[in-house]
Design a protein around this ligand. Structure first.
Ligand code: MSS
Length: 363
């Protein structure tokens, strides 16, 4: 199908030329629009919605938005205004869809055919979730998960269990999680979950629940479909089920952003971005011969912490010819990107360096 010329209304403020529009609910950043900065400009950030976006009216009076906090000693419904009195922090973290890189799976994994652009690095501002928990007397006994519920109105006639966006993450995520009302120094756009969003640094996109209306500490994971059977890693052909790994912490990953197709002989700067998920990065290496030999790249710009991505650059002299340029990131625990992909039914979590490379013709 041909790409629509215009953006859907709820995302009309975005930079059309920076995006590949897959559908009304899915847009990714073009590889050539990722740029060399640490923070992804909001108007270039990808979008992924499982349901129609709520109406603009929910961001009319932001401080009045209510979120129910359950599974603490003193459960309470709180407004954003009240949350703002508890505390505030800013965290840079990568937002990346679980299916980023799905287009590279040869078995035709179902779902949006994301290439590399279902990811961006964002500055989130909000209250640390652990401060909210402390203000409400601490977590209730025996709780193992943080379960966040999205505030979408459900389309008529659909079974809530099938469509509600509700995600559980293990309570180890409490250390860094925040309830965010700002993104990149501006009020959180409705498109990205305004007025309030659960942000779980280092965890895949789906866990960062938008327009969050309830945060519950729970003994078990929610049994809604998006948790129980979707976003589960399993072999090709298998159905999803709760015993399979859920898309929680992101893995170490990188990709080249420039040059992409053609280059001119002589000095070339090879740019890209790398992320470590929840583990800080140690290094990025770049190869111009498809992985036969590697050279260290240099990180660019400030280090905004373990959850941010790091742009990198490597200078190299190229003579006319064709080059397969690939990058490979390694974190401080020694985890490196694998060469290949790990085939799985829905094409999740792809961080193989080979598929993410680019072929550049230099003249
Ligand atoms: N939330 C809500 N509420 N809803 C929906 O749909 N989605 C997910 C997250 N959250 C949702 C939510 C996903 S899936 C993702 S990626 C993300 O989000 C995205 O974001 P943005 O802002 O970009 O749109 Mo995959 O893993």
């Amino acid at each position: 199908a041909e790409e629509p010329k215009t953006l859907p209304d709820y995302a009309a403020w975005k930079e059309r030329n920076a995006l590949i529009v897959h559908s009304t609910n899915t847009m990714e950043t073009r590889r050539d629009a990722i740029g060399q900065g640490v923070v992804t400009p909001s108007d270039r950030l990808f979008v992924r919605n499982n349901l129609p976006t709520p109406p603009e009216s929910i961001v009319a009076d932001r401080d009045a938005w209510e979120v129910r906090i359950e599974g603490v000693k003193n459960p309470k419904t709180m407004t954003i205004g009240e949350l703002k009195d508890i505390g505030v922090t800013t965290t840079a973290s990568v937002l990346q869809c679980s299916g980023n890189g799905r287009a590279f799976f040869p078995h035709g994994a179902g779902g949006t055919q994301w290439s590399v652009g279902a990811a961006g690095c964002v500055m989130w501002t909000g209250v640390p979730l652990k401060d909210v928990v402390a203000a409400l007397g601490g977590m209730a006994d025996g709780m193992e998960y943080i379960t966040s519920t999205g505030g979408e109105e459900l389309p008529d006639g659909l079974d809530p269990k099938q469509v509600t966006v509700e995600r559980s993450v293990p309570t180890r995520a409490l250390e860094n999680a925040l309830l965010a009302w700002e993104m990149n120094d501006e009020p959180l756009p409705l498109t990205h979950g305004g007025p309030l969003r659960m942000v779980v640094p280092g965890f895949y996109g789906v866990n960062n629940v938008k327009y969050v209306k309830q945060v519950a500490f729970t003994e078990n994971q929610t049994d809604v479909k998006i948790q129980a059977s979707s976003y589960r890693i399993r072999d090709v052909g298998e159905k999803g089920s709760p015993d399979q790994p859920s898309m929680w912490e992101m893995n170490v990953k990188s990709w080249v952003t420039s040059p992409l197709e053609t280059g001119t002989s002589g000095r070339n700067m090879i740019y890209g971005v790398a992320l470590g998920g929840t583990v800080p990065l140690d290094k990025v290496e770049v190869s111009i011969d498809g992985g036969k030999s590697w050279k260290a790249a240099r990180f660019l710009g400030p280090d905004l912490g373990p959850f941010a991505w790091r742009p990198f650059v490597m200078a190299t002299d190229l003579s006319p010819g064709e080059y397969r340029i690939v990058s490979k990131a390694t974190d401080v625990e020694g985890n490196s990107q694998p060469e290949g992909r790990i085939d799985n039914e829905r094409g999740y979590g792809h961080n193989g360096w080979s598929d993410h490379g680019v072929t550049v013709a230099v003249s």
